[in-house]
Design a protein around this ligand. Structure first.
Ligand code: C5P
Length: 400
């Protein structure tokens, strides 16, 4: 997914020796596709794991591995290569390279570039779990953090050595997200955002149920945009087939009652509540314990419905309510129904769209309703729209 923050950015992407070098091919492709220019610099050890030819083809620029490279006219590759850089990203960052960085060593081109830089430095560690846990590595990482270096990851899980634990490099997509997040403006820094997304599923019996066509895309896009904007994000999702945005805490639920319980538990810690979920209005009063049988003799089944709790209205009613944002999908006369709904739910901001035709689509067009009237946001891809919405929400927040 293209991220506007990365367009036009110039990155030096440094590879050090580790099997995770294979992930950098994909990372480079993602960065270039997002409009960043990527200058690859590799240590000698990195060239044992992936060839400079591959990295040159993917980045579209010559690759540098030696500080004695005669291609740099003034012979100052260690200064020239990072002169225009917005950041240096070391991925994968090996145990050895972290140690060298922590000690300010300048014993190869990449290490010298880092010492001579005038831009931010991000490292993405990748190593065996014992190497990661080694007190010397932990000391080096703590030192790097204290020196203002941003450390992304590592992940936990299966490792190339056959062991399982901390030390795996973040996946290329997650590394890409983390770099984009690093470059984003932070209008929601230190804010805690609670978001509901997706449909709910209301069972009729153990195999059947009622749901709706909400895909969760808008809520997940908002969770991602809020994370990029610096917020601490808790996402409560109904049944959807979407990957968790990087850096977001996700909790899965099925029914409206479960969503209600999860929200009520989390809301005391939230500064902002964005209620995007298409919560079912009703559930059946008695869920059958066994599959309802289809028998010729039996009459058609009938169900009694009861109303589900209105989660948003209940949160907005609380004395210490967070800043509440509601969503409304209307099929007609959006302007009249939107403002009415905002007042009925008693929320400061309501986002209206001409759904339900937008369910599952990648783009959307919304109208904002607040006490000052109506603001229209132009039709855009949901991720772009989410960024714009987060900026609109940040502007309207009471001062922290
Ligand atoms: O009442 P209606 O469903 O049109 O309102 C939509 C807004 O209310 C959305 O923000 C939705 O997340 C929220 N809502 C809720 N609990 C419900 C129904 C809707 O939080 N039971």
């Amino acid at each position: 997914m293209a991220i506007a923050e990365l367009a036009g950015k110039h990155l030096v992407l440094g590879l050090t020796g580790g099997v995770a070098c294979y992930k950098i091919a994909e990372l480079t492709r993602l960065l270039v596709k997002a409009g960043a220019s990527v200058q690859i610099v590799m240590t000698e050890a990195a060239t044992q794991f992936i060839t400079p030819v591959t990295m040159q083809a993917l980045s579209g620029r010559p690759v540098y591995t030696s500080q004695w490279d005669a291609r740099v006219a003034n012979n100052m590759a260690h200064i020239d290569l990072s002169r225009e850089a917005d950041a240096i990203v070391i991925a994968p960052a090996s145990t050895d390279f972290l140690a060298r960085l922590a000690h300010g060593m300048a014993d190869d081109l990449l290490a010298t570039l880092c010492v001579a830089r005038a831009c931010p430095l991000l490292v993405v560690p990748a190593m065996n779990r014992q190497m990661w846990q080694n007190p010397a590595t932990q000391r080096n990482v703590a030192q790097l953090r204290a020196d203002g270096v941003t450390v992304l990851g590592p992940d936990s899980g299966a490792q190339a050595c056959g062991e399982t634990g901390d030390g795996r490099m973040l996946e290329p997509g997650a590394t890409y997200e983390a770099i984009a997040s690093f470059f984003s403006a932070k209008p929601l820094a230190r804010r805690r955002v609670l978001i509901t997304a997706g449909p709910t599923f209301e069972p009729l019996d153990p195999v059947r149920g009622l749901t709706n066509r909400s895909s969760g895309k808008m809520g997940f896009a908002l969770a991602r945009a809020a994370q990029h904007a610096g917020a601490d994000v808790h996402l409560i999702a109904g049944p959807v087939a979407l990957a968790t945005p990087w850096g977001v805490l996700r909790e899965d639920v099925q029914t409206a009652q479960q969503m209600h319980a999860a929200v009520m538990c989390a809301v005391p810690r939230a500064d902002i509540f964005i209620s995007v979920a298409a919560v079912a209005d009703w559930r059946v009063a008695h869920v059958s314990a066994h599959k309802i049988k289809k028998t010729a003799a039996q009459a058609l089944p009938s169900f009694t419905f009861v109303e589900n709790p209105d989660i948003l209205a209940e949160v907005a009613r609380q004395p210490d309510a967070p800043y509440c944002v509601g969503f409304a999908a209307e099929s007609e006369d959006l302007e009249r129904h939107g403002e009415q709904k905002r007042q009925r739910k008693n929320v400061p901001l309501l986002v209206g769209n001409l759904g339900p035709q937008t369910f599952g689509q990648d783009d959307n067009e919304v109208v904002l309703f607040d006490a000052n009237g109506i603001t229209r946001l132009p039709r855009a891809e949901k991720q772009e729209l989410a960024r714009a919405l987060i900026a609109e929400i940040a502007q309207r927040l009471p001062r922290a």
